[in-house]
Design a protein around this ligand. Structure first.
Ligand SMILES: Nc1ncnc2c1ncn2[C@@H]1O[C@H](COP(=O)(O)OP(=O)(O)O)[C@@H](O)[C@H]1O
Ligand SMILES: N[C@@H](CCOP(=O)(O)O)C(=O)O
Length: 327
């Protein structure tokens, strides 16, 4: 059970007096998170039921959180299906609970689908492109904190733990990405606020009457930051459009995602030319973070570190694919 900060319904009732969300009818901890303490909260106001998620942040600070929360608020206002932070009576969307930062956001409908098909991928691609365009006029700025400078800082820390073959791959790929990031083509790629971690478990779908699935929304924006839009797309393709055991790309799902994305925001020539480089960058990012979580766990909260070998396989599988994308 991943509720690190226990809180009783009585404490929440008191805390909610600073909000205008109605009275609590249900309050329960969410077991599946690995980083924060999350609770489903149901309230009733004027005879109408409302569903929220209360999060007590265990890692992120009061200084770091506004970028993420106001980004969600901005996207929600632009019609993108993401959780909307609720304002307390004083207008604040971030407050203190049990001495930690805490927020209440709207609960999205649906459940994650961990075995997506082309129709799931198309919906994610379409909304990802809309999200990128909607982020253009977001006025706060924070880079993706898990990009090249973090890779350069973290690779030397994990190298002592892995064998020579993996060391060689990690160092060669870092060098490849340093050259790519230093190129004029890279500098010219379009960028903006990105989710940066839009894996299958950060998207919800609702079942439809005809047996299909409708996108319920994107959540977990706590790795968001300004990056190349193509990087965000590559992160998605590396998770949504692959054969999980081998890491190989599934062309049908990838085409579905890319076509749907490009129908909203057509890709430029440099983006198509550097598709393979960006898939490699996206694989490297998660290989490094998984190695770091696996060998250098920072606290007891990482209950089950993800398998680093998965992203090593993905990286190896991307190194020899054709570099040009035809979408
Ligand atoms: N806004 C939301 N709407 C619906 N469900 C949510 C929302 N936020 C979180 N959840 C649920 O809570 C679970 C844990 O959230 P997550 O962000 O993954 O936690 P953590 O940051 O602790 O890893 C998710 O798998 C999802 O089921
Ligand atoms: N998606 C990442 C892990 C990021 O953490 P989470 O909060 O999204 O679970 C990975 O798979 O390595």
């Amino acid at each position: 059970m991943a509720v690190f900060t226990a809180v009783s319904q009585a404490e929440i009732e008191l805390w909610l007096q600073d909000y205008d969300l109605g009275s609590i009818t249900d309050f329960r901890g969410i077991a599946s998170g690995i980083e924060n303490s999350n609770f489903f909260l149901t309230t009733e106001r004027d005879g109408v039921t409302h569903q929220y998620v209360l999060t007590i942040f265990e890692r992120l600070t009061f200084e770091q959180l506004p970028f993420y929360l106001y980004f969600m608020q901005h996207l929600h206002a632009a019609g993108i299906a993401v959780p909307a932070p609720m304002q307390a009576r004083d207008g604040a969307i971030l407050r203190q609970l049990k001495g930690k930062p805490a927020t209440i956001v709207t609960r999205l409908p649906g459940a994650s689908d961990l075995t997506p098909g082309p129709l799931h991928c198309a919906q994610v691609g379409e909304m990802l492109a809309r999200m990128h365009l909607a982020g253009v006029d977001y006025d706060r700025h924070q880079p993706n904190l898990r990009s090249l400078p973090w890779w350069e800082e973290t690779v030397p820390q994990v190298l002592p733990f892995i064998d020579a073959d993996k060391q060689a791959l990690l160092q060669a790929e870092l060098a490849h990405q340093q050259r790519f990031f230093g190129s004029a083509d890279y500098a010219a790629l379009p960028a903006g606020p990105c989710h940066c971690d839009l894996f299958r478990d950060n998207v919800l779908f609702q079942a439809t009457a005809d047996g299909g699935s409708r996108l319920g929304g994107f959540f977990d924006f706590y790795f968001a930051g300004v990056d190349k839009w193509l990087f965000d797309l590559a992160v998605c393709v590396n998770d949504w459009c692959i054969d999980l055991p081998t890491g190989r790309l599934d062309d049908v799902r990838m085409d579905a995602m890319l076509q749907a994305y490009a129908a909203v925001r057509p890709l430029g020539d440099a983006e198509r030319r550097h598709w393979a480089d960006m898939l490699r960058a996206a694989a490297l990012r998660f290989w490094i973070s998984r190695l770091w979580d696996f060998y250098l766990p920072r606290d007891a909260h990482m209950l089950q570190p993800h398998d680093p070998a998965h992203f090593e396989r993905i990286l190896r599988a991307r190194i020899n694919i054709p570099s040009v994308l035809h979408v």
